[in-house]
Write a protein that binds this ligand. Structure first.
Ligand code: MN
Length: 374
């Protein structure tokens, strides 16, 4: 067999509507934007990848910056390359382009999809093999009101769709925010588990003051309460041994993971394929966590079925995913970009087992949601 090489790479921007407006700490969104990457190999195989972020507030990248960086800087480095050497190719990209991990993850995703399709194996086999075939999913409550959030959680539990939740916070003052979260946790205590995610918007003193109340309310974990750089503060909260502390924005790279282990600054890592620059780096970070006795949680950047499939291949390849995932992106979007949607069953999402990412692009849908040039 003649080895295929990378022939060309294309990108396009898509805007997909969501089911209900979503309140983050700094913005409220009504649609979700994606950069869709297609890598075509000389054997005719097309691999697809997706870049998306919660918003430019999250780490400074947007779908527009990803498109530019991929088109102008990454594509020339990759054309003619051997897709069976993905990690070596990504090292070339890393040495010439600093940061831009979300754009790198989108490219890596398309390369793995193309390679899996070429070898006729699902991507989890290329990442080291499958550890789990189904992963629990947690839904994010972000209706905008505390009563609305309790209502939504109770309804979802009784419908059998979800049994675990997360709240997004950070819109109000930290103490008000903490009070709201205790209200929601108390409201759903007998039905479901709740984790809190203030996206780094709280301060040390407020968080410490509320730790006992969070514990009493049965809150399952506290995700990134403090600003990403405040590792020492995260270490203080972790040392309190009340509610498990999860690192998200503080823990993006392999080096961040090591630094947090050395500082004893988290009980749980939130993994995300985009923030860490791809699936392979995510699996490596889980290895650091495993060695340190830290649990993992399968985070999301609110991907469509394409990026969610990639996350499932990565998370399905690790052992210590003790807190399940929040891979609810496809369920949150009002429409799907693939012809064979991911399967949710009893609060779990199934890891795809067809070659590559295991999802087939719906060309009509992507054409319908393609951003109109203005
Ligand atoms: Mn988070």
């Amino acid at each position: 067999m003649i080895k295929p090489t990378i022939e060309h790479i294309t990108t396009e921007l898509l805007d997909v509507p969501i089911k209900r407006p979503h309140q983050f700490s700094t913005t409220k969104v009504t649609s979700k934007s994606f950069v869709l990457v297609k890598v075509t190999l000389t054997n005719g195989t097309v691999g697809i990848g997706e870049g998306t972020t919660p918003g430019i507030w999250w780490n400074g990248e947007s779908v527009e910056t990803m498109k530019l960086v991929i088109d102008a800087y990454m594509t020339p480095l990759l054309q003619g390359g051997d897709p069976s050497e993905i990690e070596a190719l990504m090292q070339i990209v890393d040495r010439r382009i600093r940061g831009n991990t979300f754009a790198k993850a989108a490219i890596e995703m398309a390369l793995y999809d193309a390679l899996g399709k070429t070898y006729h194996v699902p991507v989890h086999q290329l990442l080291g093999g499958q550890c789990q075939s189904r992963i629990p999913v947690r839904w994010a409550l972000a209706s905008g009101t505390r009563e609305g959030d309790v209502d939504e959680a109770v309804k979802l539990v009784s419908s059998g769709r979800y049994t675990a939740f997360k709240t997004k916070s950070g819109k109000e003052r930290p103490s008000e925010d903490a009070r709201r979260n205790v209200y929601i946790a108390e409201g759903i205590k007998n039905h479901a588990a709740l984790g809190i995610d203030p996206n780094g918007s709280w301060d040390r003193l407020t968080t410490m003051t509320w730790m006992d109340a969070f514990f009493e309310a049965g809150i399952e974990f506290l995700e990134q309460p403090l600003p990403p750089a405040d590792i020492a503060g995260m270490a203080k909260l972790t040392a309190m041994k009340r509610v498990p502390v999860m690192a998200d924005e503080s823990m993006q790279s392999l080096h961040d993971a090591l630094r947090i282990v050395q500082a004893d600054a988290a009980d749980i890592f939130s993994l995300k394929i985009h923030k860490s620059g791809g699936m392979k780096n995510t699996v490596k970070i889980a290895g650091i966590a495993e060695a340190a006795g830290i649990s993992c949680f399968g985070g999301t950047s609110l991907e469509s079925s394409i990026g969610t499939a990639a996350a499932l291949h990565a998370y399905g390849s690790i052992l210590n995913l003790d807190y399940g995932s929040e891979l609810f992106g496809p369920d949150w979007l009002a429409d799907d970009l693939v012809e064979d949607p991911l399967v949710m069953k009893d609060g779990c999402i199934l890891v795809p087992d067809k070659p590559g990412l295991g999802v087939k692009l719906n060309e009509a849908k992507t054409a319908a949601y393609r951003r109109k040039e203005t």
